[in-house]
Ligand binder design. Structure first.
Ligand SMILES: *Cc1c(COP(=O)(O)O)cnc(C)c1O
Length: 231
């Protein structure tokens, strides 16, 4: 599976999705999620022109950074245990999974300069998913004002595993409405302009609903953990 070709297809799909809703493709950042692949494969993604890498585990992030630290912008997209924060927090550029006060407190304490964070929201209210309930988000974000090293740049969600387009669309739409509410508060510590939503199976819909950061693993770099280059 050739990453260059995958990226070409994805960029084409991004352009089409943007065109259909009159958006500028420049507003959409592609994050290559490398959690299922080797450091070599992550390097191949960078060589193909990807500038943003996403990892959901600390070990995977640190391993790849031994080789690629200065070659990409690093996104942490998985849940982060508070006691592990000190081991990675200076090594990431954006955190997509801020979902509790204890984590915010620890990040604030361990970071030496402000970190761009997405607050994770459990829009679909699935019990297995991380994230705040939608009605908790506003108070949570207001509370973050006291943490000088936390900057809320946007909201993040994981959509449910479904092929039903309308269900997916409804989830993305709700996240966007919530983002708009927060943005309208004009909180200095929470400009909240971004939406991190959309993965391999649903990124075009997410873009139509306003995604600014799409997190693509399988259909960009593949999955080496389930028998090769499967999509
Ligand atoms: C794995 C993962 C992705 C990418 O998933 P694909 O379906 O392989 O594109 C995106 N976001 C998060 C939070 C993930 O854990």
């Amino acid at each position: 599976m050739d990453i260059k070709e995958n990226l070409r297809v994805i960029n084409e799909n991004i352009s089409k999705a943007c065109e259909s809703v009159d958006r500028d493709p420049e507003e959409v950042t592609v994050i290559a999620v490398t959690k299922y692949v080797s450091t070599d494969r992550a390097k191949a993604a960078i060589d193909a022109g990807v500038m943003n890498l996403g990892e959901n585990r600390m070990d995977g992030l640190l391993q790849k950074q031994q080789v690629l630290r200065d070659e990409a912008t690093w996104h942490f997209i998985g849940s982060l245990q508070s006691r592990k924060v000190k081991e990675v927090i200076e090594d990431i550029d954006m955190l997509h999974s801020l979902d509790r006060k204890s984590l915010a407190k620890e990040v604030n304490k361990r970071r030496n300069q402000p970190l761009s964070c997405f607050v994770q929201v459990n829009i679909s209210k699935e019990e297995t998913k991380h994230g705040l309930m939608p009605d908790e988000v506003m108070d949570f974000i207001k509370m973050l004002e006291v943490y000088e090293n936390i900057r809320v740049v946007g909201l993040m969600t994981m959509a449910p595993h479904t092929e039903e387009e309308e269900k997916l669309r409804a989830v993305f739409r709700k996240l966007r409405a919530l983002r708009d509410d927060i943005q309208n508060q004009k909180l200095p510590h929470a400009p909240c302009e971004y939406l991190s939503m959309g993965m391999s199976n649903d990124y075009e819909i997410a873009i139509e609903e306003g995604a600014t950061h799409i997190r693509i693993g399988t259909s960009l770099v593949g999955n080496e953990t389930n028998g090769g280059d499967k999509r």
